[in-house]
Write a new protein. Sequence first.
Length: 126
Amino acid sequence: MSKLINISELSKKLNLIDMKNKKPLNYILRYWEREFKEIKPKKINNRRYYTSHQVETIRMIKFLLKNKGMTIKGVKNLLNLGSNKLDDYNPHSLKTEYIKNYFSKKSKKLLKKVNKIKKYGKKNTS
């Protein structure tokens, strides 16, 4: 069974956080739930939990809305066409650009951690 992520964790993971009070902006995810039929979280004890597949779908939606400037209607049409599944091999497709962006951010984050370990890690005692 895959790990389920609650709505606050997902908001933090997607960097949907209010800058003033550092609280997660969960209302954005709840709004996207109403707009996109692909997002159906499991509700356990009246709390929302998302699967890893739903998290990837939400990341794609956020990328298209925030980074590419698409409208909600445009993203709905794109998801309904299923073109995000078919264009993996096209180097100029939206999904390819999303994956490049995702791995770029992930590698920068990893590089920061490696540099931090190098700087503050164990010193050579030779």
